[in-house]
Design a protein around this ligand. Structure first.
Ligand code: NAD
Length: 451
């Protein structure tokens, strides 16, 4: 197993030169990153096509565009975020002033997954740079073209003592995790998240874990059915369902189930055509192993929409399954593919109890016009983040920190959230020396004593 001790040492030495702490350095680095992405845009689109058959539209809207917007937003606000903040001081501390100094952690490790291989590697990197850290980036081995291109682009534009990409699979991750980093930012599955946290605990390294899980989507009887069908189909089948916050399964109220399902069927045809497998722009499943796992779910319940697949192209049609129960295999773990199981309900209280029996979801979506239903679900269910009357869209707002809770993750990022994640908040009390109040001393007798 390769050792990365020297690399981490080199980055730590560079960090201790204090260059990355200069705001002008961070701004320059973000500008450089932006330029590198813009120059490499066409190559990135091609790599994403080869790795996942992403269309140009998807590559731009869900990967490159999002990252460029994150850089723009960060550049606009960075100077303000990085300033020490003066906060209140209690009267008991008379004579002193209180400040919070955001400071970088130092050398950070970012481990990324394959489903949005560019966005999920570079978005945390933007936070790491903005906060003044050095970074080692370990992208996914399952999307080798994109990982390789990121390594090339970053190598051409940054010295390795500041930012570097280490390509490789599990062994590489394991070797990196043996080193002492000052912060670890991991995006990936729940089981690997546990491995990361365990490895980090050996060095007491703080972590952000962006994990996954089964994210429910509820369509209540008073929902706008046409809009619900369209926004659910979009959120579920984008990237062939390989989205951490895709609606994993649906709860549909029994009074509107038939109407909703026929609308959903029409919407899938509208968005992906009558033969989605022939649609050249439909994303493929990342590997044969993932394809076989998903294929095995196609005989659960009744196929209401889709159900077809092309093993040689690793493609599975947008599929909706009905007559599903919690005993079906498709309901066991996060699906992470274009298969949408539908469960029926008639009592909101019961499904809230059902959701609460399972691990806290990364996302939850609720379609209803009722404020009462909205507040009841928001009040009773804990989840990372989500939308009322939409799916997935919350992830694109820089004002909404994005992350999970419980087993769907810990910590959050995007916008100022990314800066905060990669910064330690150093609390400092600046005390006066003009007087010394004796109250705190054990020999207090004389009242205010001037020195
Ligand atoms: P994964 O956990 O298998 O891999 C993620 C990264 O960890 C990869 O770089 C991989 O090389 C590395 N890794 C794998 N096994 C490891 C091990 N034993 N030790 C150390 N490192 C290891 O996840 P994935 O399959 O790439 O991605 C899919 C999962 O990620 C899904 O569960 C999905 O929900 C989740 N995800 C979450 C978010 C989020 O923002 N919360 C975003 C995308 C994906």
């Amino acid at each position: 197993m390769e050792s990365y001790g020297l690399l981490v040492e080199k980055q730590r030495d560079f960090f201790h030169t204090d260059q990355t702490k200069e705001i002008s350095f961070r701004i320059q680095a973000l500008e450089t990153l932006r330029k590198a992405i813009k120059n490499g845009e066409q190559e990135l689109i091609e790599s994403l096509k080869q790795d996942l058959n992403k269309s140009e539209f998807d590559a731009y809207s869900t990967e490159i565009g999002i990252v460029l917007e994150e850089i723009r937003f960060t550049l606009k606000h960075l100077s303000k975020w990085a300033k020490p903040r003066r906060v209140k001081t209690p009267v008991t501390h008379i004579g002193s002033k209180s400040y919070i100094f955001p400071e970088p952690y130092g050398v950070t490790l970012i481990i990324a997954p394959w489903n949005y291989p560019f966005q999920l590697a570079i978005a945390p990197l933007i936070g790491a740079i903005a906060a003044g850290n050095c970074a080692v980036l370990k992208p996914s081995e399952l999307t080798p073209k994109t990982s390789n291109l990121m390594a090339k682009l970053l190598k051409e534009n940054f010295p390795e003592e500041f930012i570097t990409v280490i390509e490789g699979g599990v062994e590489t991750s394991e070797a990196l995790l043996k080193e002492k980093f000052d912060y670890i930012f991991f995006t990936g599955s729940v089981p690997v998240g546990k491995i990361i946290m365990e490895a980090a605990s050996k060095h007491l390294t703080p972590v952000t874990l962006e994990l996954g899980g089964k994210s429910p989507c509820i369509v209540h009887e008073d929902a706008n059915i046409r809009i619900a069908a369209k926004r659910i189909a979009w959120g579920k089948f984008m990237n062939a369902g390989q989205t951490c916050i895709a609606p994993d399964y649906l709860f549909v109220h029994q009074n509107i189930k038939d109407e909703f399902l026929s609308q959903l069927k029409a919407t899938v045809a509208e968005l992906y055509g009558d033969s989605p497998l022939e649609n050249e722009n439909f994303t493929k499943i990342v590997s044969e192993r993932h394809f076989n796992r998903l294929q095995s779910f196609l005989n659960n319940g009744t196929v209401f929409v889709g159900g077809g697949s092309l093993p040689e192209q690793l493609k599975i049609e947008p599929t909706v399954l009905t007559d599903i129960s919690w005993d079906d295999a498709v309901m066991e773990d996060e699906i992470f593919g274009p298969i949408l199981p539908v469960l029926e309900y008639n009592n909101m209280g019961e499904i809230i109890d059902e959701i609460n029996k399972h691990p806290k979801p990364l996302a939850l979506y609720l379609f209803t016009e009722s404020e009462l239903v909205q507040s009841s679900v928001l009040n009773r269910v804990s989840f990372g983040g989500g939308c009322i009357n939409d799916t997935v869209y919350h992830i694109t707002s820089p004002y909404l920190p994005f992350g999970g809770v419980g087993s769907s993750g810990t910590g959050a990022y995007h916008g100022k959230g990314s800066f905060d994640t990669f910064s330690h908040e150093k609390s400092v009390l600046k005390q006066t020396t003009l007087f010394d109040i004796p109250l705190r001393y054990p020999n207090f007798k004389d009242g205010l004593k001037y020195i």
